[in-house]
Every structure is written in C-alpha cells, then in structure tokens.
Design a protein around this ligand. Sequence first.
Ligand code: AR6
Length: 166
Amino acid sequence: MKIDAIQADITTLEVDAIVNAANRSLMGGGGVDGAIHRAAGYELKEACRTLGGCETGDAKLTEGFKLPARYVIHAVGPVWNGGHRGEAEKLAGCYRRALELADSVSARSIAFPSISTGIYRFPIERAAEIAVKTVEETLPSTGIDAVTFCCFSEGDLAVFDALLKR
Ligand code: AR6
C-alpha cells in the first residue's frame, strides 16, 4: 500500500481512477471539475446527466472517456461554512465513498484532488488531515494499492507531505 503526494494536473495522471471535486448537479463547473470535463470530452457530461446528481459527502462513478484514467469518481465535497455544519464528516465521506467505488470496479490506483479546498473554501490544513486520516483508515479494507494526493499548488503539496511524513 502506497500513499503519496505530488504536484500535478490530475487530468494527466495514468492511474485507474481519478476523483473529481464536483457539485451536486454533477453537470460540471470550474476548478478541477472544469479541467476534468474539458479533458474527458463531451461524453463525460452525457454520462453524468444519467446519474441524477449526488448528495454532499457521497460520490458516483463514470468512465474516463478521453482521459488516461479509466474511471472518474465524482465526489461532492461540502462548502465550508465555519466548521459546525458537518463539513468534516461530509469531507471524510467523499474520500471513503470514492475508495469504495474504486474498489467496486477493481481499480488498483487512484488519485485525489484536494476536495473542497478551492471554490468551496475548506481550510487546507484541516482538509488534508481529514483526507489522509480517512484514506489510511479505509484503504486496508480495499484492494487498492496506490493512492496519490494530486496537489495543484506547491503550498498544498507541502501540507500533504508534512502529514504523510509524520
Ligand atoms: N488538477 C488538480 N487539482 C486541481 C486542478 C487540476 N487540473 N485544477 C484545480 N485544482 P476546486 P472545490 C485544485 O475549486 O473547492 C467547481 O465549480 C484546486 O487548486 O476545483 O471542491 C465544482 O463544480 C484546489 O486545490 O473544488 C463545484 O461547484 C482543488 O483542486 C466546486 O467547484 C479543489 O478546488 C467545488 O469546489
């Protein structure tokens, strides 16, 4: 079992599954969601249209279409609202459900963006702690052997690196 962090554009990664930081409509948006939809092509939107949206803290799976990744797991993170509205539990749910879905299609490698820490404003230090803890707890009950935290900025990478080197 390998868990690591890198700085990269998640749409370029050759892993079995990449995770998207989506919204409840699953119909695309800005940030990493926009980048994934652009790189995967129009078929991704057509696939998403059939899913009937997704609850916050949950995730749904599609193929990756034009992406190097075989699957996209669309996770809906919480909007940060001060931390007393279940944000931590919902964010943990995204990581747990994404790993379960990846395992259900026998994916062995998966990459996560830093869910909720962009447009949804979840503080990066707290979000990264939840991400690492939830992955470490959930991974042993799956057949997944490589998890990558794909950071967009150098600052985010430093936060994940510090947690993983503890
Ligand atoms: N590869 C990896 N990470 C990226 C990329 C990329 N190509 N592009 C951005 N990031 P955000 P959220 C990072 O805002 O906070 C959308 O409109 C970004 O720097 O994409 O969960 C959805 O439709 C940040 O660290 O997602 C929702 O409405 C991280 O990805 C809403 O935004 C997440 O930032 C979701 O907001």
